[in-house]
Design a binder for this molecule. Sequence first.
Ligand SMILES: Cc1cc2nc3c(=O)[nH]c(=O)nc-3n(C[C@H](O)[C@H](O)[C@H](O)COP(=O)(O)O)c2cc1C
Length: 218
Amino acid sequence: MAAAAVRIEKEGFFGVDLNFGCSVAAICKKGCGAALLKTPELSSKIVKAVRASVSIPVFVKFRTGWSNDPLFAVDMARRFEGAGADALTFHPRVAPDRRTRPPQWDMIRLVQEAVSIPVFGNGNLFEEKDGIQMIRQTSCQGLSIGRMAVARPWLFSQWTNHFLPGNDIYYKTALKFSHILPEHFNEPFSVRLFKKYAPYFCANFKFGHQLLKKTCFR
Ligand SMILES: Cc1cc2nc3c(=O)[nH]c(=O)nc-3n(C[C@H](O)[C@H](O)[C@H](O)COP(=O)(O)O)c2cc1C
């Protein structure tokens, strides 16, 4: 992980974001993502090693853990801070939960109060008003957006800069995405990525599943 972080710094990125949050089975099976929360000592060691190897900011994304215990999340937050993380992103859901139950935003407040580094709250931010509500409810220092960032990538400008999207924004964005991908990746991989993200994009529409069938040549 430290070697990877060094490469990230060399490539000129702003920071390193360490993933202790992904609960996808294929990732956890390899002991990565949220599986690392089962070994708090190892998790802190990773953050420490990465911290020592780069001078750019080190961020940690994590979730509640494997049982619905706020004390565990608070303990992990303190460990990450102690290991040298510059900021935390916290997703208040237990790992087997995926997205079946709503995230417990009140837990973000507990994590935020436990550390002195900034905490980004994450989970179920769909509209600008959700972001305002999360900040009010948790006093978190920042917001982290997952699905909506893929479905509506213009929302950052919309929420912070009064950007008003027109009706053609969906069409324009999908088209732009299809043009940008092959600028960075070979054709088969670009198609794979387009297929991966198209479901999020189509979910903007009530009958998105029908649209997905048409757009994604499945
Ligand atoms: C396309 C996509 C990829 C994601 N990859 C990761 C990941 O690698 N690690 C992680 O901790 N969470 C990952 N997530 C989960 C999000 O970071 C976030 O925790 C989750 O989607 C809840 O936020 P939301 O309600 O805003 O979507 C991913 C989500 C999406 C939509």
